[in-house]
Design a protein around this ligand. Structure first.
Ligand code: AMP
Ligand code: ZN
Length: 435
């Protein structure tokens, strides 16, 4: 039985009616409270009265990440701060982060969505759930935490890192469920091996993984190394965080919490809806959020709807596992990194030429970003110490600004391949990346 049978198994005609009502409410809500949307709607000559059918959503304008940046920090929010109870930000770090604001009801609805996910994965009251998603501004830690509390399971709020402790607490407390990014799960597995502990023999039986793209192959590897079942959870800061979509035991795509999120799939070039079952960009509209509702937010995530009823009985539509992103955003160990951020820094540096290459590799189970950049002739002619100093300068700038550790290699002037058309500056060698 699903956590919330009434909604998760709602007959489709009722569900569409419910969505229509909530969509109209949301459009009215933002028109009254968010100048950004009021102006956009005015420009398009559209109002809530024009939404007569759920398909009329296509008449509404899109929202893109830059709209959120332009309105940083609270310009796109629909309630005064005194009505808000929480602020999160995205891990994305192109200059300013993206803010997510929540009323008490928003936090409650979010917990409900995560509770549905956990319940579908088979988490129950007797479970000890080791939550290794980062607690703090990132939505993962607290997002999962609230869901764990909602279903009355026991949270172990360890957050990310302290890998040895992850393993020993897993053993001491008889953790039955692990939540983390898939790459971190593999790191934990490796650490256990190093410590001489066989996770397969521990009571751990279930893993809840998301926040970064992962493939079926990684799923099988994790399942095999940990002796667990691995389930996918999807979400994004702009829509509140994890818990937007979840797998059921049939694991053929993730059910979208459709009473809270209206999902569309559009062709990223034409922005028209794709034909049924085709791949495209996932576009999401929040239906019940109060502090920061978003209309037709372009996620840049590529997926398709699964065009079949699910034997689990849930009527919520399913989306396939995310297969890539339309933009060039790299996700390095769960942190969003835009090559343009690195480029803009390199271009400002005198010591290097504007010729660079970003190589992303798997080192162990973690992502490693290697920046190859051409030194200018003078620096290159210098001794090794000078080059080393420049490499360190780039490394610490990137650590300080993007929050990720990178390898920097200054290379000889003229050695990076020149392109005659569009430069292919990102080489993603991770086996599971489509880009
Ligand atoms: P953030 O807002 O920092 O949490 O990042 C959200 C982005 O992470 C999404 O737009 C996806 O690109 C990616 N993401 C989150 N969960 C998953 C998942 N289960 N599978 C693939 N990508 C995911
Ligand atoms: Zn199902």
């Amino acid at each position: 039985m699903p956590w919330n049978n009434e909604f998760e198994c709602m007959p489709l005609d009722e569900l569409r009616k419910f969505q229509l009502e909530k969509l109209k409410e949301t459009v009215e809500w933002v028109t009254a409270r968010v100048p950004f949307y009021r102006q956009l709607f005015q420009k398009k000559g559209i109002s809530a009265d024009d939404i007569k059918n759920i398909k009329d959503i296509v008449k509404l304008p899109f929202t893109v990440k830059n709209d959120l940046r332009d309105n940083y920090p609270f310009g796109i929010c629909a309630v005064p701060i005194k009505e808000a109870v929480r602020i999160h930000t995205s891990s994305g770090t192109t200059g300013k982060p993206v803010t997510a604001l929540y009323t008490e009801k928003d936090v409650n609805d979010w917990s409900e969505c995560v509770a549905r996910c956990l319940w579908a994965y088979g988490v129950r009251e007797h479970d000890i759930v080791q939550n290794a998603y980062g607690y703090g501004l990132f939505t993962g830690g607290l997002g999962l935490h609230q869901g764990i509390a909602r279903i009355n399971a026991t949270a172990l709020p360890i957050s990310t890192g302290s890998t040895e402790l992850q393993v020993s607490l897993m053993q001491d407390f008889k953790t039955s469920v692990l939540c983390s990014t898939p790459s971190y799960a593999l790191t934990i597995a490796e650490k256990a091996l190093e410590m001489g502990i066989d996770i397969k023999r521990l009571p751990l039986r279930l893993g809840i993984f998301g926040a970064e793209p992962w493939s079926e192959k990684i799923r099988l590897t994790i399942e095999e190394r940990m002796g667990i079942k691995a389930m996918d959870i999807f979400g994004l800061t702009e829509m509140g965080g994890p818990g937007m979509a979840y797998e059921c035991r049939f694991q053929n795509g993730s059910h979208i919490n459709e009473d809270h999120y209206l999902a569309e799939i559009v062709n990223p070039a034409t922005l028209e809806p794709v034909p049924a079952g085709e791949k495209g960009e996932l576009v999401l509209t929040s239906l019940q959020r109060r502090a920061m509702p978003l209309i037709r937010f372009r996620t840049k995530d590529i997926t398709r709807f699964v065009e079949e009823d699910c034997p689990c009985g849930r009527t919520f539509v399913k989306m396939e596992r995310i297969s890539g992103r339309t933009d060039d955003m790299l996700i390095i160990n769960g942190v969003n990194v835009f090559p343009s951020q690195i480029e803009s820094f390199l271009l400002d540096m005198e010591e290097v030429a504007p010729q660079y290459r970003l190589i992303v590799r798997k080192r162990g189970h973690l992502d490693k970003l290697i920046i190859q950049v051409e030194a200018n002739k003078e620096i290159y002619a210098h001794n090794r110490a000078k080059r080393y100093e420049t490499e360190s300068k780039i490394m610490s700038h990137i650590k300080g600004n993007l929050g990720i550790r990178v390898d920097v290699r200054l290379v000889e002037p003229g050695t990076i391949e020149r392109s005659t058309g569009k430069a292919a500056r990102v080489v993603d060698e991770r086996p599971d990346q489509l880009r």
